[in-house]
Design a protein around this ligand. Structure first.
Ligand SMILES: Nc1ncnc2c1ncn2[C@@H]1O[C@H](COP(=O)(O)OP(=O)(O)OP(=O)(O)O)[C@@H](O)[C@H]1O
Ligand SMILES: [Mg+2]
Length: 288
């Protein structure tokens, strides 16, 4: 199953992608996690330190190798130069599987140990100064698009992609490649406006879209998301904070999940993350 996390910048795409990957790994499912965001944070969200994350091989820099492997002996693709991100597989092309070893994984994927087992992590690579004016980020996400287009995923195998913010995901055909797209929405007007925009664009392409609420502090936030997203709202855990103003430390004490499935249930990681990030995120609460 191919799954995308999309949403407004800073809404929680990476946090929820990482949580979901951790949940899948804990069930023992095979997982390939892909960081396709221009802001590359999935590695650290999965527990890598900054050095390890920076050392991950960038798919964008390995496009010739990826193309060369995927085109195989397809007579309609004369060279890697003529293969573009939307070139579909055909006779002679090589297909990829979630659970196998192949030169693409050798070059682009690294194992990340999580509770329950290792997942494969692939990253597009950051947009660098040298790309300015000469390359667009979609040339890097093109590597992910080719990967998805050539992937034969079996039941109970997962590819989880942390996508670029906002509607930028629509700048290529990649948004049509997923079995389900989770739109991460904060209970703010901007948060739901990205959802509306996405729903509008996605309508004609059969994109299965579900909204996952994040930074939902109380029932009013939950009601706001329910009113805006209706049946598309899949899940929105309400987070309660105890605020200690004297020390300005805000501590996550309890979490409760409404309409929750296990994937997004509270975990020690999220509580810790909320504790660490509370001062910054508290400020984005929807004004009443
Ligand atoms: N439920 C939550 N409670 C508290 N803080 C959260 C929650 N979800 C996310 N955050 C924090 O909000 C910030 C933004 O989250 P995250 O990086 O996951 O968003 P993003 O959508 O991936 O952002 P970007 O668009 O920059 O890639 C981070 O500091 C993260 O720790
Ligand atoms: Mg992110």
């Amino acid at each position: 199953m191919k799954i995308a996390f999309v949403g407004k910048g800073g809404s929680g795409k990476t946090t929820l992608s990482a949580l979901f990957v951790r949940h899948l790994a804990a069930t023992g499912a095979p997982v390939v996690a892909v960081d396709a965001d221009i802001n590359q944070h999935l590695g650290t969200a999965l527990g890598l330190d900054e050095g390890q994350a920076a050392a991950l091989p960038a798919m964008g820099e390995r496009l010739p190798l990826i193309k060369d492997y995927l085109r195989g002996s397809n007579p309609r693709i004369a060279s890697t130069q003529t293969m573009i991100k939307t070139t579909p597989p055909g006779e002679g092309s090589r297909l990829l599987r979630v659970c196998e070893n192949n030169p693409v994984y050798d070059a682009c994927a690294r194992p990340v140990e999580l509770d329950g087992g290792a997942v494969r992590l692939m990253v597009t690579g950051p947009f660098t100064d040298s790309d300015l004016g000469v390359a667009c980020y979609h040339s890097k996400t093109g590597a992910v698009e080719l990967f998805l287009n050539h992937l034969m995923d079996g039941p109970d195998e997962y590819v989880v992609v942390d996508m670029t913010a906002g509607s930028d995901s629509f700048a290529s055909g990649m948004f049509t490649r997923f079995d389900i797209t989770f739109l991460v929405a904060e209970p703010t007007r901007k948060g739901v406006s990205v959802y509306r925009q996405y729903k509008e664009y996605a309508r004609d392409f059969g994109v299965v879209l579900k909204v996952v609420g994040d930074k939902v502090w109380d029932d009013a936030d939950l009601g706001f998301l329910r009113a805006e997203a209706g049946d598309d709202l899949l899940h929105a855990p309400v987070v309660h904070f105890h605020v200690n103003y004297s020390s300005m430390n805000r501590r996550a004490c309890t979490t409760s999940a409404t309409g929750c499935d296990a994937a997004f249930a509270s975990s020690s990681t999220t509580v810790e993350q909320r504790r660490l990030t509370a001062p910054r995120t508290y400020a984005v609460k929807r004004p009443v």
